[in-house]
Ligand binder design. Sequence first.
Ligand SMILES: Cc1cc2nc3c(=O)[nH]c(=O)nc-3n(C[C@H](O)[C@H](O)[C@H](O)COP(=O)(O)O)c2cc1C
Length: 311
Amino acid sequence: MNDISLAVSIGSLKLENPVLVASGTFGYAKDAAGLNSENGAYSLRELGGILPKTITKLPRQGNPAPRTCETTAGLLNAIGLDNDGLDEFIVKKMPYLRSIGTKIIVSIAGRTAEEYAEMAAALSGVEGVDALELNISCPNVAHGTDFGKNPVECEKLVAGVRRATNLPFFTKLTPNVGDITVVAKAAEQGGSDAVSLINTVLGMAIDWRKCQPRLGNVMGGMSGPAIKPIALRMVYQTAKAVQIPIVGIGGIETVDDVMEFLVAGATAVEVGTANFYSPTCTQKIIKALPEAVGYFEVKDIREIIGRMHKI
Ligand SMILES: Cc1cc2nc3c(=O)[nH]c(=O)nc-3n(C[C@H](O)[C@H](O)[C@H](O)COP(=O)(O)O)c2cc1C
């Protein structure tokens, strides 16, 4: 199985394999380094790429506690983009991230379209930053999904970032819309190299005895196994609507999950919540991928991307 190529490209970004870790579920990678080393045989270097927690231009404190709540088949979170800001990220987090030796895709969120462009420009010259992901889909901050819900504003924002940087970038979409393909097309039109989908699904948990919400922010984003069918459906629909690569996200934990996203049209995937309850799952997926791809009697993983649309 060693002769099967797992490499994929997104714009000018070349990934050794399509398995990435999703923003907000892997911190800034340092804490995960110990967790993921099973039998000393695995290093973060083996991941296709890492998306650190979303950063904003200025530091943010995030939302009041409780910020997470487990549900029957997933997690609700309302962290609220707690982070130390762009400058601290470059000085304090990038040295470790760039030392890992895999691709680093920096997730950014601005308050305005101009701020996204400004952050993209600032990160362009930073050693070790291989690509960006524009988080226009955070349901847990005021106006966090404005750009992800309005195709006209989305296209303008993406076009502004395109002018500001030569780095390849993905635009991360929210599922909390009527038709995600409309926003995906707008991101493509604006010049995004890829769309990543989905961010979390807006939800709520309630303590009925207290008649109170279980999250400090009242509502939060649902993630984990429960949202996989929603994410798959949206990747499938989006693959029919755009030409640019799709990065599939939502409830991925096993190699079968990854294969489902690939045949539905994803070029790469991001593993999120599963990093919390199954910290070595990405290692297992990467190991198992050649055999799964081999099922189709092909030598290159790219031959199975969107395969169900070709039958
Ligand atoms: C605790 C937590 C924090 C998150 N923080 C971010 C974030 O900072 N930026 C972002 O784009 N997505 C964030 N997400 C969303 C994930 O990146 C991912 O899109 C979502 O959880 C769906 O994937 P999953 O079902 O595999 O977790 C967060 C998710 C969780 C569970």
